[in-house]
Design a protein around this ligand. Structure first.
Ligand code: PEP
Length: 253
């Protein structure tokens, strides 16, 4: 079975002390991750080492950065390289979140370069895609997402593409309390998988985890994750509450 993943995105929230407490609280709650299940915590850069230390002994639990740069090293003040992430034990990074696309003008091509440097260093990209409300209202979501995938990912080899985790996040559902229905999520996740199948073949497409993001909560996670092409979630708001996120972990299939 392909990996089922509950990924927390803390965004720019919490102090170090609050972050430590949240992780301690989640770790203390009862959850059991089977071999094909993972929990991932995408925490702010200053907390990566702390979080990594806390989960180091935990099986199938990982820390992720929320971004990285597309260059190896050098005069890029304020940026963080993949090598730096590896040096604190971090092997996952969220790329192309809609907030980065919107506020920091990250283009599909630029994100493709970030994906490349991650894969060249055995770092797993959690690649976000998804449409705005206006696109959904015009029924243009499939075309929009297909273009994001094509321009950022379709240059990858068959081996490389299977190292990428996809997070489909309709922008109109992020932080709004509006969740895509499980049928809507399934429909576009199946479409995304069909795009990978057309490019790389069915076997490869069936290996790629596609997470849903957008107001996932403890009370809707099970229904969303039960859909055949929904392989877990990328979770913002609800990942800041220990019991909520733990229930979301426990909703993985
Ligand atoms: C996100 O941050 O990626 C997200 C989906 O946020 P929320 O769960 O708060 O909608």
């Amino acid at each position: 079975m392909r990996k089922q993943i509950a990924a927390a995105n803390w965004k720019m929230n919490l102090t170090l002390q609050q972050g430590e407490k949240l992780l301690d609280d989640i770790i203390a709650l009862p959850h059991q991750l089977s071999e094909h299940q993972q929990a991932v915590f995408a925490v702010p850069f200053p907390y990566l080492a702390m979080a990594q230390q806390k989960i180091a002994e935990k099986k199938n639990v990982f820390v992720a950065a929320q971004n990285c740069y597309n260059k190896k090293s050098g005069a890029y003040t304020g940026e963080t390289s993949v090598e730096m992430l590896l040096s604190v034990g971090v092997h996952h990074v969220v790329l192309g979140h809609s907030e980065r696309r919107e506020y920091f003008n990250e283009s599909n091509q630029f994100l493709g370069e970030k994906v490349d440097i991650c894969l060249a260093n055995n770092v797993t990209p959690i690649f976000c895609c998804g449409e705005a409300l206006s696109v959904r209202e015009a029924n243009g979501q499939n075309e929009f997402v297909a273009k994001q995938l094509e321009e950022s990912l379709f240059h990858l080899s068959t081996v490389q593409i299977q190292e990428v985790v996809i997070a489909y996040e309709p922008i109109w559902a992020i932080g709004t309390g509006k969740t895509a229905s499980s049928a809507q999520a399934q429909e576009i996740h199946a479409f995304i998988r069909s795009q990978f199948a057309a490019k790389y073949g069915d076997a490869v497409a069936n290996n790629i985890s596609i997470l849903y993001g957008g107001s996932v909560k403890a009370n809707n996670a099970k229904e969303l994750f039960s859909q055949p092409d929904v392989d877990g979630g990328l979770v913002g708001g609800a990942s800041l509450i220990a019991e909520e996120f733990n229930a979301i972990i426990n909703s993985l299939k």
